[in-house]
Design a protein around this ligand. Structure first.
Ligand code: NAD
Length: 362
């Protein structure tokens, strides 16, 4: 890894470890940044609980297809007036809501682009969940819309904020495992019949879009490089119809211009770990679990030392850090740690992997 990348990563690591300073940067007398949660599913529920723990981020509006049920339930939970519950149709009126600085997009992947563009046009900053969208063309539209509206755009790569990952980056940056040589990583889980993630229209793709993006992003984040060469193979072994529209499993390799190589896998139809092996010239690190909400486990051999340690933060702490980082960027007019360009780079790699597997995104 080049020296400038070490420097960049150390600066990022430092930024994330200085979490209390975000709150101080906002200033005790300044109002918390108000977020509107769009889509009240699993991840928005976690994000809203994270904001409830924060001094600098607050949920101030809701956007839902079920205003009278889920909308009212979450409004009561978070002290939001009924006038600040919007539907997908009335969403654009959020422009007039002074309590909303930013939106949090927790919708199915294919809806990220539309709601990011509409939020930007309403003058609101956007924290959008991963994957940023379902094509690089959509990612570019989102970046352009936010640039034109002069609002900030951040993609929710929550593991960047996890102290165990920050430590990994510091160890690599210190040179203690020598020059990076290779990675092996993966993320495997099950999806039930009928889940929107199994719909090509809503998910944009299968396990790669949703789970494979974790090792992909982690490797790009650690190396500070972009992959240039890919091989990939996908397979749908289960013939029940569950995977009629998207792949069940994907394995791929990628090579970076420095010569670093990586081999990764993901699946929606097998049980397996979330892990990343980081192999240097003179030491190695293993993260497993690597991409969970908490309890990340770091092991390894660093010179003559061995490492074995478990992260202590508890869900939703990664989201608290993420929400506060973006709040600080908004209040201090700073670029977020993972801006839209970061989501676009992942999407370009995802498109290259699907193409290498013979299943290009249309
Ligand atoms: P979910 O199914 O739990 O929630 C989706 C929400 O969107 C629901 O409130 C649903 O009502 C709403 N919605 C609106 N239109 C819909 C439609 N046509 N079909 C289905 N739902 C519709 O999903 P989730 O797990 O919260 O995922 C939402 C997004 O968050 C995805 O992009 C996903 O990749 C991302 N995510 C990120 C993480 C992370 O750790 N960063 C974890 C899980 C999900």
């Amino acid at each position: 890894m080049e020296r400038r990348n070490f420097t960049k990563l150390s600066a990022l690591a430092l930024a994330w470890t200085c979490v209390p300073s975000y709150a101080q940067n906002i200033g005790a007398s300044r109002k918390p940044v108000g977020y509107a949660a769009i889509g009240l599913g699993t991840i928005s529920d976690i994000f809203m609980r994270a904001c409830a723990q924060s001094q600098t981020a607050k949920i101030t509006a809701l956007v839902t297809g079920h205003p009278d049920t889920k909308g009212v339930k979450y409004a009561e939970m978070h002290g939001i007036p009924k006038t600040s519950i919007y539907t997908y149709e009335t969403f654009d009126r959020i422009r007039d809501n002074q309590e909303v600085d930013a939106v949090y997009v927790g919708l199915p992947n294919s809806m990220h682009c539309e709601f990011t563009v509409r939020a930007a046009q309403a003058g609101k900053h956007v924290l959008c969940e991963k994957p940023m969208a379902i094509s690089s063309a959509e990612c570019r539209r989102m970046i352009d819309a936010c640039r034109q509206a002069k609002v900030k755009l951040m993609i929710g790569y929550r593991v960047h904020s996890d102290p165990t990952w920050i430590q990994v980056i510091e160890i690599i940056g210190s040179g203690r495992i020598g020059q990076l040589q290779s990675f092996q990583g993966g993320f495997f889980a099950q999806q039930p019949v009928g889940a929107w993630r199994l719909s090509k229209t809503l998910g944009g793709g299968g396990a790669l879009m949703d789970l494979g993006i974790y090792p992909l992003n982690a490797i790009r984040h650690i190396t500070g490089e972009e992959p240039t060469d890919f091989t990939a193979i996908l397979s749908t072994r289960e013939q029940s119809g569950r995977f009629a529209e998207v792949e069940q499993s994907m394995e791929w390799t990628m090579k970076f211009s420095s010569g670093i190589i990586a081999s990764c896998g993901c699946s929606y139809g097998q049980s397996g770990p979330s892990f990343l092996n980081i192999n240097g010239e003179s030491g190695y690190l293993v993260m497993e679990p690597a991409f969970h909400y908490d309890g990340l486990h770091l092991r390894g051999a660093v010179g003559r030392e061995s490492i074995d340690q478990l992260g202590t933060g508890k869900l939703p702490f990664q989201f608290v850090l993420e929400a506060e980082h973006f709040a600080s960027c908004i209040r201090n007019n700073k670029e977020p740690e993972s801006p839209g360009e970061e989501g676009l780079k992942d999407m370009l790699a995802i498109e290259a992997i699907y193409k290498a597997a013979g299943a290009p995104i249309a």
